[in-house]
Design a protein around this ligand. Structure first.
Ligand SMILES: CC(=O)N[C@H]1[C@@H](OP(=O)(O)OP(=O)(O)OC[C@H]2O[C@@H](n3ccc(=O)[nH]c3=O)[C@H](O)[C@@H]2O)O[C@H](CO)[C@@H](O)[C@@H]1O
Ligand SMILES: C=C(OP(=O)(O)O)C(=O)O
Length: 455
C-alpha cells in the first residue's frame, strides 16, 4: 500500500496557470468546512441507521472521491449548495473493481474499514493516495483493526478484511499520535462490543469535531487528559446533523499569501481558537492580524504591516503544535524575512521537496538531515532532509514550476505571486483542487493576475 500522488512530470501539459507576479493580494475570501474533517464526517455517516446532514461542505476533489466511495457502497448522497445529505439505510458490499475507481487519490478509503466491518462484516482497502510527503505506512491502522478482531488478508488485488466474530473493544497505545489511526480507532470503537481505551491519541481540532459528530449519532466518547480517549461501544448509531468546522489549513494559506505578497486579506470563516499556534507564528514573523468574532460574518484579517519581516525558528508537530500542513506556505513567507529562519519538519520525513523549485526562483533554502529545531525527532540521523534553513530576504523571480503535492502547490502559487515576472505553474488542477475550493476565482477576487493559456 503506497502513497500514490503522481510525480510532477505526470501533470498534463494543459494543467497550468500563468501567474504574473508582483501584485499584493487584497480583499476577502471565505473558507468553508475543513477537508480533513468533512471527508471523515462522510465516512461516519456510514455508521448511522438514518440519514445524516453535513453543512459547509467545500467543493473539493476529496469530497468527490468519498462521495464515489459511499455511493458504490449503497449510500445515497446528494449535494444541495454546500449541504450534503447522506442516506446509509441500504448499505451494501461493493466489488473490488467498483472501489478501485475511487482509489489512488485520497487517504480516506482506509477509514471505511471499521464502519463497513460493522455494517457488512467485510471491507476492502484499495490503493491509497494523498500527498507524496513520506512513506505514509498504515501499520497502526491494520494493527489496531486486528486487535479489534478483524482478519486482515493481503491478496493480489489489495487488502481484504473480515470480522467473523464481530469487533470488540481494545486497550491500545499508538506509537505516534497519528491523526488517521486515531480516527480509525474512533470509527471502529464506537460500535465495538465493550470499551476501548486509546492512548497517545491525536487531538487535532478536526478529530474533536469528528468526536462531536459521533456523539450526536449516539456514541459515548470521553476525552481524558494526556491524549487518552475512552470509547464505550453502543449497539446502534443514528444519523447526524452537523456544520463542519472551518478549514484552518486553507485559512493559514491565505494568511501566508497576504504576508508574502505584502497584501491584506480578510479570511471569512477563519476561527481563532483552532489557529492559535499559527497566529503566534504569524505575529512573530511580523505579520499583523485582527479577529472579528461575529458568529455569522466573522473571520480573521491578515496583513503585511509594511515593516521588515523577522526570521524565526520553528518546528512542526502534532496538535497543539505547529501543523505540518502550514509548513509550506509559512516557508514561502519566510523567504521574505530579514535573516536566517529554521523550519524543522517532525511529522513527515520528506516534506521539503517543493523547496527545489523555490530555490530556482531565487530563494535561499538549504536542507539538512539533522534535527535543527531543538527537539530530536523520528527522522534525525536517518538521512531524511527534514530541516530547512531559509536565508532572507530573497528577491524571487518568475519560473516554470511543477507542483509536487497539495500544500506545496499552493505555496508555489504564493511564490509565483510574490515573484517578479510571469511564472507558469503546472499541476494546479491535479493537486490544488484536492483541498482548495474555487481557488482561481478566489485569487482573481483578491486581485491576483492569473490566467489560463489560450487554447
Ligand atoms: C486526510 C487528512 O486528514 N490528512 C491529514 C492527516 O494525515 P494522516 O492521518 O495520514 O497523518 P498521520 O497523522 O496518520 O501521520 C503522521 C505520521 O504518522 C505516521 N504513521 C501514520 C499511520 C501509520 O499507520 N503509521 C505511521 O507511521 C506517518 O507516516 C506520519 O509520519 O494528518 C496529517 C498530520 O496532521 C496531515 O498532514 C494530513 O493533512
Ligand atoms: C497532507 C495532506 O493531506 P492528505 O493526508 O490528504 O494527503 C494535506 O492536506 O496537506
Amino acid at each position: 500500500m503506497s502513497s500514490t500522488d503522481a510525480t510532477p512530470e505526470t501533470a498534463a501539459s494543459d494543467d497550468v496557470l500563468i501567474v504574473h507576479g508582483g501584485t499584493p493580494l487584497e480583499g476577502e475570501v471565505t473558507v468553508r468546512g475543513a477537508k480533513n474533517l468533512v471527508s471523515k464526517a462522510m465516512v461516519a455517516a456510514l455508521l448511522g441507521t438514518s440519514p445524516s446532514i453535513l453543512r459547509s461542505v467545500p467543493a473539493i476533489r476529496d469530497v468527490e472521491v468519498v462521495t464515489g466511495l459511499l455511493r458504490v457502497h449503497g449510500v445515497e448522497v446528494e449535494l444541495d449548495g454546500d449541504t450534503l445529505y447522506m442516506d446509509p439505510t441500504s448499505v451494501e458490499s461493493a466489488g473490488v473493481e467498483e472501489i478501485n475507481v475511487h482509489a489512488g487519490t485520497s487517504r480516506i478509503p482506509i477509514l471505511l474499514c471499521g464502519p463497513l466491518l460493522h455494517r457488512l462484516g467485510r471491507a476492502f482497502i484499495p490503493d491509497l493516495g494523498g500527498c507524496n510527503i513520506g512513506g505514509r505506512p498504515i501499520d497502526f491502522h491494520l494493527d489496531a483493526l486486528r486487535e479489534f478482531g478483524a482478519v486482515v488478508e493481503k491478496g493480489p488485488d489489495g487488502t481484504h478484511l473480515s470480522a467473523p466474530n464481530g469487533l470488540h473493544g481494545i486497550r491500545y497505545e499508538l506509537e505516534y499520535p497519528s491523526v488517521g489511526a486515531t480516527e480509525q480507532v474512533l470509527l471502529t470503537a464506537v460500535m465495538a462490543k465493550g470499551t476501548t481505551e486509546l492512548r497517545n491519541a491525536a487531538i487535532e481540532p478536526e478529530i474533536v469535531d469528528l468526536i462531536c459528530i459521533l456523539q450526536k449519532m449516539g456514541a459515548i466518547i470521553k476525552v481524558h487528559t494526556n491524549r487518552v480517549i475512552e470509547i464505550v461501544g453502543v449497539e446502534e448509531l443514528k444519523g447526524y446533523s452537523h456544520r463542519a468546522l472551518p478549514d484552518r489549513i486553507e485559512a493559514a494559506s491565505w494568511a501566508s499569501a497576504a504576508l508574502a505578497t505584502g497584501g491584506n486579506v480578510f479570511v471569512r470563516g477563519a476561527e481563532q481558537a483552532d489557529m492559535m499556534t499559527f497566529l503566534n507564528v504569524f505575529r512573530s514573523i511580523g505579520g499583523a492580524y485582527e479577529v472579528d468574532d461575529d458568529p455569522n460574518t466573522g473571520g480573521i484579517r491578515f496583513w503585511h504591516p509594511g515593516t521588515a519581516l523577522k526570521p524565526v525558528a520553528l518546528e512542526t508537530d502534532v496538535h497543539p503544535g505547529l501543523m505540518t500542513d502550514w509548513q509550506q506556505p509559512i516557508v514561502v513567507a519566510l523567504t521574505q524575512a530579514d535573516g536566517l529562519s529554521i523550519m524543522h519538519e517532525t511529522v513527515y520525513e520528506n516534506r521539503f521537496g517543493y523547496t527545489s523549485e523555490l530555490r530556482r526562483m531565487g530563494a535561499n533554502i538549504e536542507l539538512y538531515s539533522d534535527c535543527l529545531g531543538g527537539t530530536p525527532c523520528r527522522w534525525g540521523r536517518r538521512n531524511f532532509l527534514h530541516s530547512a534553513v531559509i536565508a532572507g530576504p530573497s528577491k524571487l523571480h518568475a519560473a516554470d514550476l511543477q507542483i509536487p503535492d497539495l500544500r506545496a502547490g499552493f505555496s508555489h502559487l504564493i511564490a509565483a505571486m510574490a515573484a517578479e515576472g510571469t511564472s507558469r505553474v503546472y499541476g494546479v488542477d491535479r493537486y490544488i483542487t484536492r483541498g482548495y475550493e474555487n481557488f482561481e476565482a478566489k485569487l482573481l477576487g483578491l486581485g491576483a493576475k492569473i490566467e489560463r493559456p489560450r487554447p
